[in-house]
Design a protein. Structure first.
Length: 135
């Protein structure tokens, strides 16, 4: 079982009947995110392996992992919002134990993303895990 916020997202996805509704919901989640300051969109925060441009800015404070992010693609911005729901405000020690493919699979994302988007999502998850493991 994931954190309560992600469980709530799973319930929302179960309520939404078709993938188009889920897709729109992911995009709306991305639109609702706090914008990432342009000064943080630098090579050090850029995630390689994504078809679109993606920046993740992690922070670990008092043993708790948080991050902010942005993308130039609406659906990818939404995927960042999904990852925020999965990872934000978790103990840093727990981050590497989260089975992101299994959790994201509960949302049906695996079957509906292009291979490029799936690769980008994996690259974002890997960046998050690497950051937490190094802490």
């Amino acid at each position: 079982m994931a954190n309560p916020e992600f469980e709530e997202l799973v319930e929302t996805f179960e309520f939404l009947d078709d993938w188009e509704d889920r897709y729109r919901h992911v995009i709306e989640m991305g639109k609702a995110m706090e914008p990432l300051d342009e000064a943080l969109r630098v090579p050090a925060t850029k995630v390689d392996g994504c078809a679109s441009q993606v920046w993740l800015v992690p922070q670990i404070q008092d043993g708790v992992f948080t991050f902010r992010g942005a993308s130039d693609a609406m659906i990818v911005q939404g995927l960042i919002a999904v990852l925020l729901t999965l990872y934000n405000n978790q103990p840093v020690a727990d981050i590497v134990a989260i089975d992101a493919p299994a959790q994201l699979g509960r949302l049906g994302l695996n079957e509906h993303l292009s291979s490029q988007r799936s690769n980008g999502l994996r690259a974002m998850v890997e960046r998050i895990r690497e950051t937490a493991a190094a802490a």
